[in-house]
Design a binder for this molecule. Sequence first.
Ligand code: AMP
Length: 214
Amino acid sequence: MNVILFGPPGVGKGTQGSRLAEKLGIIPIAMGDLLRAAVKEETALGLKAKGYMDAGKLVPDEVVIGMIEERITAPDAANGFLLDGFPRNVPQAEALAAMLAKHGLKIERVIFMDAPESILLERLCGRLICKACGFGFHRHYSPPRESGSCDCCGGELYQRDDDREDVIAQRLGVYAEQTQPLLDFYSGAEGFFKIDASGDVQDVYAALEKAVQG
Ligand code: AMP
């Protein structure tokens, strides 16, 4: 099964997506993670992407489209993939459709996760991520047992550079302007589901599982 998860920053795509992908036996492909890895490794694409990411803007389409094509056609994606953070605008969605047709692939579910802005802000401002394994925590809702270190692997926790209040506002603006139009693009499509992602982690996961089962 191939799945697209989309929705605003902070709605829980990363947390829920990796759990759902594991359950389905498919690989999670998070565009933001691919880009952060490229920035860390200082590849040519990473250096190009960094300024956009720090400013909360979208990285140019030609960069992300190329990266996604490489990833969804890799051998480990043969059983299926779950896209988190791609596509993020209509041109990317059109490029994805062409890419899927070219490789004889199909998307079975497009799941739109939504939550009010006040909840997104709370989630983003308190978010902490493990540098080593990428596991996510929240200062108030799911704090680590020991402050500053990951419950899973003991790695150091950090706040993403773009989880600062000014950059968050910019990211939410970009979302409203460029990503939300994807709702019109996908809402009539086969396998489209909209779920309420304002509840706690278990409730949202249950709604996602239901959507996947159809
Ligand atoms: P995320 O981890 O999904 O919140 O993404 C972090 C940042 O990576 C975004 O604010 C963008 O700068 C960049 N990014 C992630 N996905 C895309 C995409 N599909 N198109 C362009 N830029 C992206």
